[in-house]
Design a binder for this molecule. Structure first.
Ligand code: NAD
Length: 489
């Protein structure tokens, strides 16, 4: 039995920001080794199975994803905590001696002050852990505004840090929705904002935050395309990968595959879609706590109704076929649950005009809402094209560019795809190529606002600023003297 105590939620945004502002001088002056040591203890704590289970329990309860998936959610965040333990190394600056007689210059990376994180519902542990551990490792203090739809994982994650002796005010949690975000966006003591969520909200956060002199990094929506070369991709593993990446977590992953483009002969493509339908039909929909369940509920009744409406419009108004329709699924004991079964929308054969080389206009069939909109549900849109160039052309013409994957056993095709595709994360026989935190999470096109990535080197750049100091010291016969500051020519 797990119980959650409310531990530290400032009653107002201003209280939280003030607490973080007041804690900043002491925390930023705390030696980086001590900051790293606290994070190392934190990582050790999170690694304990019973701790991960406690967080995962709340994720499954509030978000609905399966318990195994929720454990993975915590683990992927923990990896960023691990990487934050080497912040001192990553914060090393630059130095150059003797720029003129007695003149040396050194460039330091210093903290910013109060940083804010605004997180989405779909990874209640991983995404907050992309944010505050690295920020505080770099000497900042933090205000986290978790998703109002699944806030308990964030509350627990911050509580653990408090329990380990983190000084008061270093990391604070405020709960709320739009009004809370609005206050944070304009607060004069906030220096930087990390946002992960939808385009509508993220573009607003980016605009208002920047207008109010904040640094803003924003990871936004996605429509991740898979390209499958039907003549040479490994069929069994590719079908399994596609089904897992499209329908796992009820399709509510920013790196979920939501479009599959089958490249090659038209009949071959039909056979692949039939196999995919069979695999998707075999997935079990239900309560995420039940062993053997593959697909949990969607986050809300609104999200489910919106996805169902897109399916309806796609089929009834735009003429797509629907070889697998997950609408109307009923899960025993949860008759009013937000369940939508795996759904496949087939747009059929798509011809790109004068394609040979990937040119020409986009066919009207791609205006179909199942293709054009981010559904963020267990819905996969499939289509087929004759050439790899067509598949790359379609993928690149899409407004989003979070991830793209190719499935093939041809090194040349994989190399061409890797080189030409416009996506932040590229997978080659890897359906969800989220980079480990040695690298950064790298979106492209409308999937990102701002130019500094989350975690990795990008994260350290985001959470630090450069201070460049030039000094002039001369040693002359036992005394210290100032030299001239004339630059050599
Ligand atoms: P969301 O945009 O609805 O909410 C994100 C955050 O913004 C929440 O904390 C929420 O409280 C706040 N918010 C909501 N409406 C607001 C408003 N009108 N004004 C100010 N703040 C507001 O996103 P979501 O539904 O929680 O998450 C799903 C979205 O996140 C999808 O679009 C998904 O693609 C995206 N996402 C992207 C990534 C990535 O790395 N690119 C990762 C995860 C999720």
């Amino acid at each position: 039995m797990v119980t959650l105590r409310i531990f530290f939620a400032p009653s107002s945004v201003d209280d939280a920001v003030r607490a973080a502002r007041d804690a900043h001088p002491g925390w930023s002056n705390t030696p980086v080794q001590a900051r790293q040591s606290l994070l190392a203890e934190y990582a050790h704590h999170l690694r304990r199975p019973e701790v991960r289970e406690e967080v995962a329990h709340w994720i499954t309860l509030e978000n609905g994803k399966t318990f195994a998936d929720a454990m993975g959610d915590v683990w992927r965040g923990l990896e960023v905590v691990d990487a934050s333990c080497r912040a001192g190394h990553d914060m090393l600056g630059d130095a150059l001696m003797n720029l003129s007689d007695g003149i040396d210059t050194v460039s330091y990376r210093t903290s910013l002050g109060v940083c804010v994180g605004i997180s989405p519902f779909n990874f209640p542990a991983m995404i907050p852990l992309w944010m505050f551990p690295l920020a505080i490792a770099c000497g900042n203090t933090y205000v986290l505004k978790p998703t109002e739809k699944a806030p308990s994982a964030s509350m627990l994650l911050v509580k653990y840090l408090h329990d380990l002796g983190m000084p008061p005010g270093v990391v604070n949690v405020v709960n709320g929705g739009r009004e809370t975000v609005d206050e944070l966006l304009v607060h004069p003591d906030v220096r930087a904002i990390s946002f992960v969520g939808s385009n509508n909200v993220g573009e607003y956060v980016h605009e208002i935050g920047c207008r109010n002199d904040k640094r803003v990094q924003a990871n936004l929506g996605a429509k991740n395309h898979a390209t499958i070369l039907t003549s040479d991709a490994d069929r069994v593993s590719t079908i399994r990968a596609l089904a897992g990446a499209a329908f796992g977590a009820a399709g509510q992953r920013c790196m979920a595959l939501s479009v599959a483009i089958f490249v090659g002969d038209i009949d071959d493509a039909r056979g692949w879609v039939e196999d995919l339908v069979r695999a998707a039909r075999g997935l079990r929909v239900g309560n995420g706590f039940v062993e053997g369940v593959d697909v949990g509920p969607m986050i809300s009744i609104d999200a489910k109704c919106r996805a169902e409406d897109i399916i309806r419009r796609s089929v009834d108004e735009h003429g797509a076929s629907c070889p697998l329709d997950g609408r109307g699924i009923v899960v025993d004991g949860y008759e009013n649950g937000n369940f939508l079964g795996p759904t496949i929308i087939d747009l059929g054969r798509v011809a790109i005009e004068s394609s040979g080389g990937g040119g020409g206009g986009m066919p009207a069939v791609l205006d179909n809402p199942a293709y054009a909109e981010e559904i963020f549900g267990p819905v996969l849109t499939v289509l087929s094209v004759p050439t790899l160039e067509d598949a790359i052309y379609i993928t690149n013409a899409n407004r989003y560019g979070n991830g793209a994957s190719i499935f093939t056993s041809s090194g040349g095709a994989a190399r061409k795809f890797r080189h030409e595709v416009e996506a932040g994360q590229v997978g080659i026989n890897v359906p969800i190529p989220v980079p480990l935190p040695f690298f950064s999470f790298t979106g492209n096109k409308s999937s990102i606002r701002g130019d500094v990535n989350f975690y990795g080197k990008g994260g350290v750049n985001f959470f630090t600023q450069l201070k460049t100091v030039t000094s002039n010291w001369q040693y002359r016969g036992g005394g210290t003297d100032l030299g001239g500051v004339t630059m050599p020519v």
